[in-house]
Ligand binder design. Sequence first.
Ligand SMILES: [Zn+2]
Ligand SMILES: [Zn+2]
Length: 358
Amino acid sequence: MSGPAPSGAVRVWPSRLSSRVYWPAFSIAAIATALIGIGWASHFGGASFAASMSGLRVVLVGPATLLILGVFLVVERVRPAQRRPLIARGHRQDVLFTVMNASLVAPLVTALSLSFAELARRTLPWIVLPKVGALPRWGAIALIFLAMDGCNWFAHLANHRVRVLWRFHELHHSQEDMSVLTVFRTHPHIHVSYLIALVPGTVLLANGAMTTTLLVIYAASVAFAHSNTNLGFGPLGRIFVSPNYHRIHHKLDGPQDVNLGFALTIWDQAFHRAVFPTPETIRTDTGLPGRPLVVEQAGERPRHLLVFAAQLVAPFRPMRDLPPNRTGTSVPAELRPRIPKDLVARVDAGPARQAVTV
Ligand SMILES: [Zn+2]
Ligand SMILES: [Zn+2]
C-alpha cells in the first residue's frame, strides 16, 4: 500500500494551473466545438459546406472586397486621420490577421454558421416564418439587413459587458494604428458571440435572403469604419457609421461601450450610446490604456509572429489586475493618462533609438 500523496503537490498543482489560465475562456471554445460537432453529425442540415465557405470567402476576401479594400487603403492615405507610414507596425500585424481570416477563420465561421442555423431550425422549427404574400422580396431583405445590424449591435455590447467575451474582443481594441485591415483583427472565437446575427436571416428564410453583393457591401462598410480616414459622411453620418464615428469607439481614453454600431448608428441612438464626432475626436489616439495585451507597437522590434501568437493565446491567460471591460468609469487613475506613443517607443527601445514604431 502506497503512502499518502504529498498533500502539497496535490493542492499546489491545480492552483498553479489556475494561476496560468483563465478557465472561463474555455467555455467559448467548448461552445464552438459542441456546436460544430452537432452540425457535423447532422451533415450541416444538407447544406454544402464547400459552397458556403467559398461564399463567405468571396465576402471576406473575394475580388470585389479586395478591390474595395484597396480603394480604401488609398483613401486613407489621401485623407488620413493620423499621419503614419504605409507599413506601420499595426498595418503589418493586421495583414497577419487578414491572412488568418482568409485561410483558417473562413472554414471555422462557415462551420459555426451552418451548425447554428441547423440547430435553430431543428430545435425551434417555428422560428422560420412561412412566406408572407404582402412582403416583397426586397422588403424582406431590408428587414433582414436591419435586424442583422441590430443583432450585431447587441452582440457587440455583450462583448463589452461580459468579461469572458471582452477577453476575446480586447484584441480588436488593442490596435493603435487603425486601418481598414483592423476589421480583421479579431480573435477567431469571438465569432461565437455574433452567431445571433444569423437569426433574422433564418426567420425570414422563406421570404428572401441577403445576397452576396449586399454582404460584400455590408462587410466593406464595416471595414471602412475602421480606416484611418478623416471622414464623417456629413448629414449621412447621423445614420451610417463613418470612420470618424467608429474611431470614438476605439478611443484610448474614453468609454468604449459607445458607438457600438456596425453599419447604422440608429441602435446607438436608440440606447443613448451615440457620440458623434467633433474636431477633437477625429485624430484621437486608439488602443487600450495600460496596454494589457501585448501589442506590436511596444518594444524595439515588432516581432510580429511572436506577438501574433501571444495575442491569440491571451484570452486563455489569466487577467492582469485590471478592471472588468474597462468601460471608462472604473479605470484606475494610474491607467488613465495617455503616455505619448513616441515616449513609449523611446522608453521601450532605449535612449539610443529613434521614436519610430514602424
Ligand atoms: Zn468594441
Ligand atoms: Zn472596431
